[in-house]
Design a protein around this ligand. Sequence first.
Ligand code: ZN
Length: 378
Amino acid sequence: MEVEHGLARARAVVDDEPVVGQPLLRRDAAGHSKEVPDEGLVGGLDGVGARDRCARDDQDVRRGLGRDIAEGDRAVVLVDEVGRDVAIGDLLEEGLVGSVGHGGRYRRGGRQANRAPSLSPPPLDPVRPYVLADLSWPEARDAAFAVAVLPWGATEPHNLHLPYATDTIQAEGVAAEAARRAWERGARVVVLPPVPFGANAMQLGLGPVIDLRPSTQALVLGDVVRSLEAAGVARLVVLNGHGGNDFKPMIRELQAQTPVFLCALDWWRAAPAADHFDAPGDHAGELETSAMLHLQPDLVRPLAEAGDGAERPFRVAALREGWAWAPRDWHRMTADTGVGDPRPATAEKGAAFVDAVAERVAGFLVELAAMDPADPYE
Ligand SMILES: [Zn+2]
């Protein structure tokens, strides 16, 4: 399913590009533009995998697509847009190399049942039973989920090197990995599709930032809770990926109106950052850049292009020291939209931190799933 979604999305992305006879440019992991046809089928599939961003578990996508095509892949059957089976080997022989990535004309059959029984590489990862977007109606209807996890991100710039969807990718990536671990321990957890828009009024105008007012967010959250209540899901965790989102006051108000047990966490606070980073930074710094190098490296520009993330502190001491608070004007207090130096970031640090966070959140989800929402106190 990951791959099917990935290709569907890639098709949407490339459909507005020139399809025949003109090179299609994609960015590779190092940030360089490449012409897909020159890379043939391998590059095309790779490009498709790379295009699949926040909506999927990207590691699964990479396992499925972001690798070179091996000889054994010739037997892999794709399904074309009129439903015919086409083997990769046939595509190669017909000289259609490149057309998979180029026009996104083919998609893999998503479900195990759609695949030819003789596939020589192992089948792609199956549907994730803990991700709502992957599930059919019978699967979701009969699952009796105990806990829903709502990843909530933002659409805003992150220094010069990270994508606008950074907060959404991180929230969803952590949610999916934590849910996977919790599921394997028997907890009936489900990750909801992420909300990609955060509270960003102080960044408006920094490119196409999309700002949801907190009052709008409260309405969205309220409707999600109402829907979960109707579905009989008794617990909700809002897994926040954006520092400007503040769910506490919303939950205070909503909790009095619903039996669904409501709670929230900021993913980057779920494990001690100091164990992994010298200076984690506040926004697009060492922590977030490392996490992105682990979760979605194809969307990270070369660190040599990143700004230093220097922050202009408030003139007033109490605001500087943080015991008094005012929202920051991101147009004036940073030159590159970052706060914190990203340049010491590495994928290894990101992997270790995301692992620590996912493990901690998984433990929380297991415990929460077993807790009686009507009797949460010892
Ligand atoms: Zn961020």
